[in-house]
Write a protein that binds this ligand. Structure first.
Ligand code: PGA
Length: 253
């Protein structure tokens, strides 16, 4: 059985004191929810990572992730954060290739590919994001766009390395827009991604690869998305900033 995961991406929200409040509230709501199968990942901004990671250590099945890191292990890159710095804080996951990074910070597929390698070499797990823009979907290029992204960033990895990767399919047109892919649209592309993985690494690896959906996933649509056979959880933006909504999404898995 592959891992079911719900990851919260807080983006550039939450000053450190607010981060502590939010993670404490999530802790309380999770205790109220009781038993669950899903692994939970919380990705606060860098400035809150250390404190949130410390609190999370007390929470069963909950891990801390970063939202990005640099592709080099260290060096003269003013303002950047390297993977070993994250590792020492007890961080386990790093979101890479988020469409906001691609769109607003000009991250190229080459840089993302290097980041994936560096993160793996540091002993962390990448959450690799892929997904098409609205224009690409309208031109019916979504399969080829996602295929190109995944092949470039992931398919040069050794099998052992690839097994450490979580994939997140996030159609750009659904992120923060309130427009969600329908469960059928998402399932179709998740199944396609899994078939690509099967072709490259074999059925057994594909069967173990967690593929998350992201893009306006909310308490009212999470259950129908998560009921699809190839959707193994979600990468949640806006709704992860509210403990009640975030835990409702976890409960839907
Ligand atoms: P959203 O963000 O849930 O606010 O659409 C998802 C994401 O960017 O990961």
């Amino acid at each position: 059985m592959r891992k079911k995961i719900v990851a919260g991406n807080w983006k550039m929200n939450m000053i450190p004191s607010k981060s502590i409040e939010l993670v404490t509230e999530i802790h309380r709501e999770l205790n109220r929810l009781g038993s669950r199968d899903a692994e939970i990942i919380i990705c606060p901004p860098y400035t809150s990572l250390e404190r949130v990671a410390k609190i999370i250590r007390e929470m069963r099945g909950v891990y801390c992730g970063a939202q990005n890191c640099h592709q080099e292990l260290s060096g003269a890159y003013t303002g950047e954060i390297a993977a070993p710095m994250l590792r020492e804080l007890g961080i386990r996951y790093v979101i890479l290739g988020h469409s906001e990074r691609r769109q607003y910070f000009g991250e190229t597929e080459e840089a993302i590919q290097q980041k994936v390698k560096t993160v793996l070499e540091t002993g962390l797990n990448p959450i690799y994001c892929c997904g098409e823009t609205l224009e690409e979907r309208e031109a019916e290029e979504h399969f080829s766009v996602v295929e190109g992204q995944i092949k470039k960033a992931l398919f040069e990895l050794e099998e052992e390395q690839f097994r450490q990767v979580v994939i997140a399919y996030e159609p750009v047109w659904a992120i923060g827009t309130g427009k969600t892919a329908t469960p059928e649209q998402a399932q179709e592309i998740h199944a396609y991604i899994r078939s690509l993985v099967a072709n490259r690494y074999g059925e057994a690896v594909a069967d173990k690869t967690s593929i998350l959906y992201g893009g306006s996933c909310k308490p009212n649509n999470a259950a129908s998305l998560f009921s699809q056979p190839d959707i193994d959880g979600g990468l949640i933006g806006g709704a992860s900033l509210n403990a009640d909504q975030f835990v409702q999404i976890i409960a839907a898995l």
